[in-house]
Ligand binder design. Structure first.
Ligand code: B12
Ligand code: SF4
Length: 481
């Protein structure tokens, strides 16, 4: 390294990025994505993760004086609380430092966070890489922000929302720089050497409970399969992981890409396992040889959203899958020994009793097919940006009206008026006995309880829940958000 380069590196401005407290320890892919596009010789990117740092405030004080801006990634719900707390802290310490919020929440609410909170100066809408690179350049050069597409900001005369930035391909972007985080710390927290990676942005589909169609306008871009294999080979060499968790919304969109990817993993002898999301219709379109390739290349687990056991409900929510496709995928996975998480949602507005019963029946059927199938059940929550949410709002349902209130809108807890007490009691018992009857806990006691749990689930017999009483006191920890 030349002396000039060393000197210029020392003079770099700091760009501090923050991932708010949340559940789980997925790597902060959004911050890695936007942090990696900045010129390393001009900017020192510092990623702080509220889930890992003992004392974020101390770290901020160490770095804020040399900072050019402070960015936060925000998803709707509990993480907003922490995002606000930390943003207020930063603003108090460094009044003139631009504070930028990006992510799903500000894609859905460009202005509200700034309207409600003086501490936020700029919000980013949609895809962040190209916008952030340009924004940082404009901030550094002291240029006015009106030409930066994909942002909203606090202008002199009030809040301004600029034109959006059309979604751009991601194949031309440089590889993400995971050295910006301490990868080992995430492995430790996860309890396994599992790497997080995202290979696409957006989604072509139109499910009416999801915000993706609104945020990405049903567009989709993915990294070329061979490039993806090269990336993973490089990262594996550097970080020595043995499993990759793909965070894509729909990883299996193009079957040729998947086939090339799986072949690539096998040819490079990468020797990893991997997990990804699949739509049931995509699974049905994969040929047998591609299913085989996926398995041989290390596919260990799929996440296939079923949402409902009623075809009528599936059609209503424009999921655009058939239940037969779900069972097709279940058969394939059972035969190939691939685990599957099949999430369901109950309590859609005005969901009929028949629909709920159909869901319960499909859940039982899937659980009885393989011990490697899981069927988590969520209560419908009207997340912003989805077509159903717009509909219930038009019918008078009141959504949170301030950023603070959105911070209380957690996925655990109240699901709105569509799940009455009886339904909730039934599902809480059903979920418990599913876990007991079809979970993978070992031991003599559990094998006895498993049989009892299975019987209860199959017969819908949840009276005198002695096992639940004991479990609540003895071994089940409450999950906190
Ligand atoms: C990993 C993940 C999580 C992790 C979060 C890890 C973390 N970093 O904190 C965990 C498991 C905790 C999680 C939880 C939840 N999640 Co989640 N999750 C995801 C997932 C699968 C991947 C996110 C990701 O890393 N993407 C990759 C990055 C590169 O993309 P990105 O986040 O979109 O970021 C881009 C832009 O948004 C923008 N950007 C983002 N942040 C910033 C910041 C700045 C400064 C800038 C400039 C730009 C920018 O630039 C990035 C690059 O283009 C997404 C789906 C998806 N594929 O995105 C859902 C998703 C974000 N989750 C969602 C939801 C609903 C939840 C939950 C509320 C419920 C649930 N059942 O999962 C809970 C909430 C938990 C809580 N209360 O704490 C929704 C968000 C909807 C919303 N309104 O916010 C999504 C979109 C899924 C969906 N389609 O509905 N989730
Ligand atoms: S639920 Fe999945 S498939 Fe449906 S629109 Fe959202 S991201 Fe796409």
């Amino acid at each position: 390294m030349s002396v000039d380069l060393i000197l210029s590196m020392k003079l770099r401005k700091k760009v501090i990025l923050y991932n708010p407290k949340a559940v789980f320890f997925d790597m902060p892919l959004a911050l890695l994505a936007v942090g990696s596009v900045l010129d390393e010789q001009r900017y020192e990117v510092i990623i702080l993760d509220g889930r890992l740092e003992e004392n974020v405030e101390d770290k901020l004080i160490e770095n804020l004086d040399q900072a050019l801006c402070f960015g936060v990634t925000v998803i709707t719900g509990a993480p907003i609380k922490d995002a606000l707390h930390i943003s207020k802290f930063v603003k108090k310490h460094s009044q003139d430092l631009p504070i930028i919020w990006g992510g799903w929440h500000t894609s859905l609410f460009p202005l509200q966070p700034m309207h409600d909170n003086d501490c936020i100066d700029i919000t980013v809408q949609g895809q962040g890489e190209y916008t952030f690179k340009e924004l940082v350049h404009y901030l550094d050069a002291g240029l006015p922000l009106e030409e930066v597409q994909g942002i909203s900001y606090r202008g002199e005369a009030g809040l301004v929302q600029n034109a959006g930035r059309p979604l751009q391909p991601i194949d031309d972007l440089e590889k993400v720089n995971y050295d910006l985080i301490d990868v080992e710390q995430y492995f430790r927290k996860k309890g396994r050497r599992q790497f997080d990676y995202i290979s696409s942005i957006g989604c072509y589909f139109r499910c009416s409970f999801c915000a993706d169609p609104f945020v990405y306008d049903r567009k989709f871009y993915a990294i070329d399969a061979i490039k993806m294999v090269e990336h993973l080979a490089y990262y594996k060499e550097r970080y020595h992981f043995d499993d990759v968790n793909f965070q894509d919304e729909t990883f299996f969109t193009y079957k040729n890409r998947i086939s090339d990817f799986a072949k690539g993993l096998i040819d490079r002898k990468l020797d990893i396992t991997w997990a990804a999301t699949m739509r049931a219709d995509q699974g049905e379109r994969l040929t047998d040889p591609v299913w085989q390739l996926c398995k041989i290349s290390g596919l260990r687990r799929l996440l296939i959203g079923v949402e409902s056991g009623s075809q009528e409900m599936l059609d209503w929510m424009q999921k655009d899958i058939k239940l037969s496709q779900v069972f097709y995928c279940a058969d394939k996975c059972e035969a190939l020994g691939i685990a599957v998480i099949f999430p369901f949602i109950v309590g859609f507005p005005d969901e009929s009793r028949d629909s709920v019963e159909a869901t319960v029946a499909v859940i039982k059927e899937l659980n009885s097919r393989s011990e490697h199938f899981d069927t988590p059940i969520f209560y419908f929550k009207p997340y912003p940006g989805s077509a159903i949410t717009r509909q219930v709002q038009a019918n008078g349902y009141r959504l949170p009206e301030t950023t603070d209130e959105w911070g209380d809108f957690d996925y655990i807890g109240s699901s709105g008026p569509w799940v009455d007490d009886e339904k909730e009691r039934f599902f809480e018992a059903f979920k418990f006995y599913l876990k007991l009857g079809f979970g993978r806990r070992q031991g003599v006691l559990f094998s006895l309880l498993r049989k009892l749990g299975q019987w209860r689930v199959m017969k819908n017999q949840f009276k005198l829940p002695i096992e639940k009483f004991l479990a609540d006191r003895l071994w089940i920890k409450k999950q906190l958000s």
